[in-house]
Write a protein that binds this ligand. Structure first.
Ligand code: SF4
Length: 637
């Protein structure tokens, strides 16, 4: 049950076996239990499971549903799996084993196809912007370790068993917020006489939004103030919007509602910009009254699972909020960057935002009461207190906190500060890559072709978008990730070092692969991945050295249809671009660029790539037809 609620009315709850018995007694035509732990049901009939009930792994859920829709009468699927939020809660309390396994994506191998998001439906699979386009990364702070993303059909994943993430140990030993000096006491705003101070905590479910409401409630209670809190959750799973409404008055009689009314918020603790800019939160804001303490880091939403090209709207959210409360009503900083770099976990964002708002004078409670409430809450007390203090420091002088951060300009999301790459640097980087991929002669083929495009485009007076598109996408096609390349990227010392920098202790690395010649297939005929142990690294190193065989008579991997298609694609793309260059002018330039960008859609491995290629070919043919005869294309449209 989401939230860990008891199932049924009996004090001891209802077990899956009891539910199955009830369903059988009610006359269900067919009952199946779907679970991520089928082994749990071995010998369950002896414990009372009615006979004839099938136990299926959750991977078979779709097939079970398809089968059941054909059966007349009432059919029942009992889905037995502990909800992700509940799992994390139990692990935190030590009542459930925390598996010593971490999933990492080698972004160099990742194609950014998004199949892992689709297969796992998991929001901890996040976008990662790289110089070679958008890839995927696992958010280690929110990952619940169910490893369902491993089902994404690609060889990018490794699992690290044992050991522990180094950054936590490092962060603990790092600078304390108190080292930045004592902060001045803020001038605290208070509720109007006889009125209540309305606070809305707006954030993502499963990250401690409700806990912040409870801390405020406890602190107010200890100060003898009037207090009402009410929680409003969207999806209980992490990723759902969640609000906690808190009303604080000098006495209980000063509070007349249980929620913060329309335009009546004095403070919004915007732990997540998307939830803070949600209509539900925005309705509580009023210019001249409401202050918003906002985490400027946007967490990817469920939309990203379905749309790989999803753009994080956090900047737009901040602009909307600034419009609602006026420019002076909004204060923000990237609390995710500060929490992950200085405390080792983004789970501390919410107490940090609370500390930030407190230092601004927007929380009418004493600091001592809030810190005492954290002690009474008795969970990660020291880290939560430190997060509160870091938030105060950020509010007082963010530049001093910023100096302690690495990797981002001020911890704000990097994109804003990234210098636009020049065409020359785009080409140079890829020439270097292709030299490593194959050899200098291969890289020269790339450089010469792009130079041809540059020359043709230069006649149009300063335009470079076509050359840039060809530089990116001819490279993408030429650097197709066959067995030699995946081996080279996994055995790359830079990647090995990255893992060594992340983990400490005794750990082993596993690879998850589906070698076409040996892998089993599922009922759809798709290859299935299998786990390979650390000795695979030796094979990778060896295989990487054999890259010279690529495309030649001795290339045993190169004979598959997938590899032949990949090699043919390079020629087909070059032929299209050559045709485009022959008739290139200012009018058809935009279509030419669209054609050149077609390979952007050809992402993934195996059946995923095949599917994407099919769709791309249709669009490619349409664009070529439009390019050859724009008038006819206009008439058809
Ligand atoms: S290649 Fe596709 S499935 Fe693999 S990690 Fe990248 S996005 Fe996920």
């Amino acid at each position: 049950m989401t939230g860990g609620q008891q199932i049924g009315e009996r004090p001891e709850g209802l077990s899956v076996i009891q539910i199955a018995q009830n369903m059988r007694a009610e006359g269900a035509a067919k009952i199946t239990i779907v679970t991520d732990e089928p082994e749990k049901y071995q010998g369950a009939e002896a414990k009372g499971l009615p006979s004839g009930i099938e136990i299926q792994h959750r991977d078979k859920l779709d097939a079970v549903q398809r089968e059941f829709r054909e059966i007349p009468g009432t059919t029942v699927i009992i889905y037995d799996q502990t909800c992700a939020t509940e799992k994390r809660r139990r692990r935190k309390r030590g009542t459930m084993v925390d598996p010593a396994v971490r999933v990492i994506i080698n972004e160099a191998v990742c194609e950014g196809c998004g199949d892992c998001s689709v297969q796992s439906n998991c929001l901890s699979v996040e976008p990662l912007e790289t110089e070679f386009g958008r890839k995927r990364t696992i958010n280690q702070s929110t990952c619940n370790k169910d490893t369902s993303c491993l089902k994404g059909f690609c060889p990018s994943f490794i699992t690290v068993e044992g050991g522990q993430l180094k950054k936590k140990a490092k962060a603990k030993a790092s600078v304390s917020p108190h080292e930045l000096g004592t902060l001045p006491e803020p001038v605290q705003q208070q509720p109007a006489p006889g009125g209540a101070w309305g606070i809305v905590v707006a954030g993502v479910g499963g990250t401690g939004v409700i806990t912040i409401g409870q801390l405020l409630g406890m602190a107010a209670h200890m100060e003898g103030k009037g207090i009402v809190t009410q929680d409003a959750a969207g999806l209980a799973q992490k990723g759902g919007a969640t609000w906690s409404h808190v009303l604080i008055g000098e006495s209980q009689d000063d509070i007349r509602t249980t929620r913060v009314g329309m335009a009546a918020a004095d403070l919004i603790l915007g732990c997540d910009p998307i939830v803070a800019a949600n209509k539900e939160t925005m309705l509580r804001m009023r210019e001249g009254r409401t202050h918003v303490a906002l985490n400027s880091h946007g967490t990817p939403t469920a939309a990203f699972v379905k749309d790989g090209a999803w753009q994080n709207p956090s900047e737009r959210c901040a602009a909307d909020i600034a419009r609602a409360v006026g420019p002076t009503g909004l204060s923000r900083f990237d609390a995710d960057a500060v929490a992950s770099q200085l405390l080792g976990d983004t789970l501390y964002v919410n107490p940090m935002i609370l500390g930030y708002a407190w230092q601004k004078g927007w929380v009418p409670l004493r600091r001592e009461s809030l810190l005492r409430a954290m002690e009474l809450n008795n969970v990660q007390v020291e880290n939560n207190k430190a997060a509160f203090e870091w938030g105060r420091q950020a509010a007082h002088d963010f530049s001093r906190v910023e100096k302690l951060l690495t990797g981002t300009a001020g911890g704000a999301q990097v994109i804003e500060f990234k210098k636009r790459e020049t065409l020359e640097s785009i080409i140079a980087r890829r020439v270097e890559f292709l030299t490593g991929y194959q050899d200098a002669a291969y890289a020269d083929q790339y450089r010469d072709f792009v130079a041809q495009v540059q020359q043709a485009e230069s006649r149009l007076g300063g335009k470079t978008t076509l050359s840039e598109a060809v530089a990116r996408y001819l490279f993408k096609l030429m650097a197709y990730k066959d067995e030699y390349e995946v081996a080279r990227l996994h055995s790359d010392p830079a990647f090995q070092q990255r893992i060594a920098d992340m983990f400490e202790g005794d750990y082993r690395i596993n690879y998850h692969l589906a070698p076409p010649m040996t892998a089993e297939r599922n009922d759809k005929g798709e290859l299935l991945k299998k786990k390979y142990g650390p000795s695979m690294l030796r094979n990778f190193k060896l295989l990487a050295k054999l890259k010279g065989l690529r495309g030649g008579a001795l290339d045993i991997f190169g004979k598959t249809e997938e590899r032949q298609t990949e090699r043919a694609l390079i020629q087909q793309y070059r032929a299209s671009i050559e045709e485009v260059l022959q008739g290139l002018n200012s009018e058809n330039h935009a279509t030419a660029v669209e054609i050149a960008r077609i390979p952007e859609q050809i992402k993934g491995y195996g059946h995923v790539k095949e599917r994407n290629l099919k769709a791309a070919r249709t669009r490619w043919a349409e664009l070529m037809a439009q390019y050859r005869d724009p008038q006819a294309a206009r008439q058809v449209a």
